[in-house]
Design a protein around this ligand. Structure first.
Ligand code: TMP
Length: 253
């Protein structure tokens, strides 16, 4: 079989050239990193779960008219996506105080925010993805004013969709991060949701117990990350228990 051309390898995913021009194959690795890769581990099955969960969320968004890069899932770890120019921003939407915002402002984690708060970080691992304002984004030309209007509206639509989907299965969407890509259709350009949407890029808390079902389980050493992600997938009906391919072989006595 012909060797595929690797375009880029990130911390959690690898991108390969796709079968058609303008397409990319996105491969989900089992690697987990936190604190800008200072903490690292391989979590067996994480890539399979995130491939499925990102497919689930992106498909739902496409169906309600929020454009995403997702085309189709190819296999357990790969999906075909539309190639786009990634805008160098991490767009974070917060519904409850947590993580870096709770720390920065000295607010208790879990406080419900009076309205969703949108934050932007400049995507640069060497700098640790610093928080930036729209002034920086405009001054350094990372996105235009029209882009920023479109990004805000996309981010809030994703927030409404994800909050509703998660609430229906007893999970609170505390916050999440998305990345935005630019695509060209003839003379027109438009923005779409890219990268992934998964428990790696969201904070998800059980509504009843407050149990964390996202990457904070890894960041804060709270238990099994695969158990947490499998629970999210199970509740959403994404991966029925019987077909969960992540259990290790067990000895039968
Ligand atoms: P933060 O509170 O650490 O800034 O994270 C906000 C949200 O962004 C949270 O849902 C986790 C997600 N996130 C990423 O997806 N990638 C990252 O590198 C970081 C730091 C956070």
């Amino acid at each position: 079989m012909a060797r595929r051309t690797k375009i880029y390898e990130g911390k959690a995913k690898i991108l390969y050239e796709g079968p058609e021009p303008g397409t990319i194959v996105q491969y989900f690795k089992d690697d987990a990193t936190a604190f800008n890769a200072q903490k690292k581990d391989v979590i067996e099955g994480k890539g399979v779960l995130n491939n499925r969960l990102s497919e689930f969320f992106m498909t739902g968004l496409n169906q309600i008219g929020v454009p995403t890069h997702f085309i189709k899932r190819l296999n357990m770890r790969e999906q075909l996506v539309r190639q786009c120019e990634i805008i160098p921003l991490e767009v974070i939407v917060r519904n409850f105080a947590a993580g870096s915002m709770a720390k920065r402002l000295g607010i208790e984690e879990g406080l419900q925010l009076p309205r969703p708060i949108v934050e932007y970080c400049y995507k640069d691992d060497k700098l640790g993805d610093p928080l930036v304002t729209e002034e920086h984004i405009a001054a350094f030309g990372w996105a235009s004013q029209q882009d920023m209007d479109d990004i805000l509206s996309l981010a809030l639509r994703v927030n409404d969709f994800l909050s509703g989907v998660m609430m229906a299965v007893g999970i609170k969407l505390v916050d999440f991060k998305i990345e935005i890509g630019r695509v060209y259709d003839g003379d027109f350009q438009r923005l779409i949701i890219a990268d992934e949407i998964s428990p790696d890029s969201c904070r998800l808390w059980d509504i009843e117990t407050g149990q964390k079902l996202d990457k904070d389980v890894f960041r804060r050493d709270l238990g099994s990350l695969t158990d947490a992600y499998t629970e999210v997938a199970r509740r959403l009906g994404v991966m029925p228990k019987s077909s969960t391919p992540i259990s290790k072989p067990t000895l039968i006595n």
